[in-house]
Design a protein. Structure first.
Length: 219
């Protein structure tokens, strides 16, 4: 069975570019009673309840694929709450748009159909990221490398603190500790060959075809 993902832009949100709300041109709000037959109905009577109910349904449908992992459940709930609360943080007065509540309700109904089948893009991305986190958490080599960095930072920090007059209240500042970390990470990258492609041998930038020359040198 193949599920067609109709809304691929669920996680793509942009900030408001205008304080006004665009109303579709086909939406006529000032109909002439003499020329049109009108019927007044409550389009958004249950929209608020539907939105909150969809949050309840999606959270339950998402959790059933987490195999009881409490950490993953908490992380997913926070992400889901963030997406549900996005409309409340918009700068534009979206509450003035007609049928907005009904639109959001229908949209979350479609999202639920994908969450229930474990095919929603937000689910797939979070599954991948959390599995990557678990792989690193149980990687012995990764843990040993982190321990090596921590021990080196403690060693250099202890050396620098030995040169301070602690009786007079001298301590290492946040900038000093940051410099120690930068130094340790630079040595670690050079030692293990993680210098990257930006620089040659950790010195010259590799984005030029020739070695840099000082300003003013002959062309």
């Amino acid at each position: 069975m193949v599920y067609k993902i109709r809304n691929k832009g669920f996680v793509n949100w942009g900030g408001a570019t205008s304080p006004r709300v665009f109303v579709a041109r086909k939406t006529k709000s000032n109909l002439e009673v003499g020329r049109h037959v009108t019927l007044q109905v409550h389009m958004t009577r249950y929209s608020g309840m539907r939105i909150f109910h969809n949050y309840r349904r999606i959270s339950r449908a998402w959790k059933q694929f987490m195999m009881g992992d409490k950490m993953y459940e908490q992380m997913s709930i926070l992400i889901l709450k963030q997406h549900f609360s996005r409309p409340f943080t918009y700068d534009a007065p979206i509450e003035n748009a007609p049928y907005l509540g009904r639109t959001f309700s229908d949209l979350w109904d479609r999202h639920y159909s994908l969450f229930a089948t474990n095919q929603h893009p937000l689910q797939l991305v979070n599954h991948e990221k959390y599995n990557e986190f678990l792989r690193k958490l149980h990687d012995k080599d990764f843990a040993e490398r982190n321990l090596e960095i921590i021990e080196k930072v403690k060693e250099i920090k202890k050396q620098k603190e030995a040169a301070l007059d602690t009786k007079e209240g001298e301590t290492l500042s946040v900038d000093d500790i940051a410099e120690i970390y930068y130094q340790v990470m630079a040595e670690y990258r050079n030692k293990h060959g993680f210098a990257g492609k930006a620089r040659r041998n950790g010195d010259e930038y590799a984005d030029y075809l020739e070695v840099r020359r000082p300003f003013g040198a002959g062309q």
